[in-house]
Design a protein around this ligand. Structure first.
Ligand code: DGY
Length: 325
């Protein structure tokens, strides 16, 4: 009998077809809507494996409902939507999709940095709203990117890919990471500094670290107060890393200059969120990895992880190491 897998979002048929020979596939049929919680809880009752998105919270309630579950394959590099320790205790393997989204997410991070520094969204609105009456010397002036100091918090794959882009812009590169990355320092001319120094010295502070409870509100009132008044904060990692109320106050009171946010504590962010009222904030709907090619590659890798783990048939990007795996 074939094993049952449940896929929590409609994925491209090119990805699904490859799984069809080996598994009984059940899939939530919407592309734009997350699977309702009650449907997920029902479907996992008989599933051997699930392919999840970051929109699904895989907690003890889901794991309790899934007695046969062996593998959770998340279509994301981040996996803070999954209670990994709980899965490990139950012998459930968790997999993710690192690598395939690195360059695309670095592109978006740099695009957001540039859009925020040069006020692109505001400038586009200015034109469309008929405010452009003449050229004037200080109209819509922003911050230079070339020659500025970028401070990268979290110097893993994506952090380093952003640093490579920064090098091309002749930026000074500072970084903070739990461990030093000597090879990358040499390749990019990056300088390791402690967390506070990166905050104090950088013109652009980019958050590129994985979320865990230890880094919840890592950037709050105190950290924002250490940053330059002309600094720009860029977050393409996870919303929970930034205390949004503190960020709102810092931006409103001009303690920092601007922010570019691709991620929020609650997603989708509420339309009446105070941060959305500020002209010096560029907001995006969590599109860091959203290129057509990369999303297909992520779906394919998540499918391969699930297949290879359940059939013990090849490499798996493992997040945990439960007994027996
Ligand atoms: C991830 O992979 O964790 C991103 O946030 C979504 O691509």
């Amino acid at each position: 009998m074939k094993k049952k897998i449940y896929i929590t979002r409609k994925l491209p048929s090119v990805v699904i077809e490859k799984l069809a020979n080996d598994f009984d596939i059940y899939m939530w049929q919407e592309e734009e809507q997350a699977v309702p919680r009650d449907v997920l809880l029902e479907q996992v009752k008989t599933a051997d494996g699930v392919l999840t998105m970051l929109t699904e919270t895989i907690d003890t309630e889901v794991l309790d409902a899934a007695p046969n579950l062996k593998v959770i394959s998340n279509m994301a590099v981040g996996y803070n939507n999954i209670e990994v320790d709980e899965a490990t205790k139950r012998g459930i393997l968790v997999a993710n999709t690192p690598g395939v989204l690195t360059e695309t997410t670095a592109d978006l991070t740099f695009a957001l940095l540039m859009a925020t520094a040069r006020r692109l969204v505001e400038a586009s609105g200015y034109l469309r709203e008929g405010k452009w009456e003449t050229w004037s010397p200080l109209q819509l002036t922003g911050m230079d990117i070339h020659g500025a100091t970028i401070g990268i918090i979290g110097f893993g794959r994506i952090g380093q890919a952003v640093a490579r882009r920064a090098k091309g812009f002749n930026m000074d590169i500072l970084y903070y990471n739990r461990s030093r990355k000597i090879e990358a320092e040499e390749e990019m001319g990056a300088t390791y500094a402690d967390f506070e120094t990166v905050l104090k010295k950088s013109d652009f502070v980019c958050l590129l670290l994985p979320y865990s409870p230890e880094v919840h509100h890592l950037i709050s009132k105190n950290e924002l107060s250490l940053m330059k008044k002309t600094a720009v904060l860029i977050n393409t990692a996870r919303g929970g890393i930034v205390d949004e109320e503190a960020l709102y106050q810092a931006l409103k009171n001009k303690e920092i200059w601007a922010a570019g946010l691709d991620v929020f504590e609650k997603e989708p962010v509420d339309l009446d969120h105070p941060l959305l009222t500020l002209p010096n904030v560029v907001t995006l709907p969590h599109i860091g990895s959203a290129s057509i090619a990369t999303r297909i590659n992520m779906a394919q890798l998540a499918a391969d992880n699930l297949r290879n783990a359940l059939l013990q048939a090849g490499p798996v990007m493992k997040v945990n190491k439960p007994d027996g795996w």
